[in-house]
Design a protein around this ligand. Sequence first.
Ligand code: FAD
Length: 477
Amino acid sequence: MPHLGEHAIVLGAGMAGLVHAVPLARRFRHVTLVDRDLLPDRRDERRGVPQGQHIHLLVPGGLSRLEELLPGIVDDLTAAGAHVIESPEWRFHMGGGRLDLTGTDFRITGATRPLIEGVVRDRVRALDGVEVLDGWAARELTTDAGRSRITGVRLRSEAEPAEERTLDADLVVDTTGRGSPSPRWLAELGYAPPAEERLKVDVHYTTRMFRRDPAVLDGARNVLVDVPPDGRRGGVALAIEDGRWIVTLIGMLGERPPADPAGFADYAAGLWSRDLSDIVAGAEPSGEAARAAFPSFSRHRYDRLRRLPEGYLVAGDAVCSFDPRFGQGMTVAIIEAVELGRALDARGVDRIGLRTLAAARWAVQDAWDLATGSDLAYPEVDGPRPVSWRLTTAYLQRLLPAAHRDPVVAAAFIRVIGMLARPAELMRPHLLARVLIGSGRQTGRGVTGGHPAGTLARSTAAGRQQPRGDRSPARRP
Ligand SMILES: Cc1cc2nc3c(=O)[nH]c(=O)nc-3n(C[C@H](O)[C@H](O)[C@H](O)COP(=O)(O)OP(=O)(O)OC[C@H]3O[C@@H](n4cnc5c(N)ncnc54)[C@H](O)[C@@H]3O)c2cc1C
């Protein structure tokens, strides 16, 4: 393939930065991945990605697209110790029961975030023309005289703050995460910064790891206990490398899962399904607890800007950071990277920023609607709840009970929340019929209590029906 340019720079070598380097390496002679952290050779945690201490899994639509971007990556992950976990090994407690995933064949990763990132980083480093420049922080953009084009970036050494260097490039991609300086940089260059939308949810996470007894829960390797709408508490467990479980307990709306072993076990025991308690009780802890807070969703509407300098793109959490409960962030970043490759192939670097943002908008919107729509089920979450949201919620309150008994319905639901399909798939006539018939039957199988419709069901309702644009549930700060 002829090169579209000499040099592309990616700022931030987190998951979004790494996957964006892939389409760029195939289309530019050189790609430099810059990160202010010193990137570990091994699979260690690092300062710039504190969320790496908590559960990180690639949902089916992320794993399959990552394999398309980097063929053989699933084998690389498993060779490094990651599990690839098939859906019959999941126990998803949602909507007051357990989804029937018999015979379904979805796959997710079972690994720590440092392992996933480390394996992907090794593959990206090995691509022709890719250089990783770590220990350097992006300070400001450089432009042409008319400020219509980004020409590079000025960096500062983290070790020697007096030391600076400037890199020139045909394209700069900002994937520096939620705290991205792009809104400020754009304003300083005389561009309107993107509006920011927020939805305050005040979610807290506490994570511990345990030795894993493979016999527990009939060998299940992924357990989800959804937060019921009349409660605040939930959790997830995932089998990871080195024979361990990673267990993340979730507290909504200010609820804080405790970090001490006894408090952690009590919290797990109080959930509406016993599965997490069965994993935690009596299991040998491994390492210390980690805590994280997610105060609010944040979406920067770069996709609505009229002007963005040429040679510039923003992606990943720098555009939108989602409530981690839904495991969407890495997958959305992968989709954005795929769309970047397509946009470059369609029309080269001309207006590449705005074109890529427009092309990837569907993924950000689906994930945003899914997650914010779910959280709006809590009366304390402040945002509009239009009639369409209530109607679809009512439908989904029937869908989940059907999915407790009918693997076809469960599979359709997983395809949507796993980002393999758009939310409209849940409204197809054949599925409507199964939902209406299935939700009426009373088998009771897998029903463990709780509310008749889980949060993700409501979120999927929102995924179809949440209004877009200005009517979205978000608030400007
Ligand atoms: C608790 C928690 C759990 C999560 N679980 C999941 C999950 O299960 N599945 C999932 O898909 N997503 C999950 N996410 C979201 C996921 O972590 C992110 O969406 C994903 O990592 C993409 O982030 P990013 O690469 O855009 O930003 P980040 O991961 O924040 O990476 C940004 C990078 O930029 C670097 N950087 C920052 N500033 C500068 C600068 N000025 N110069 C140079 N470098 C800079 C940082 O060092 C870092 O390496 C979770 C998030 C949280 C908080």
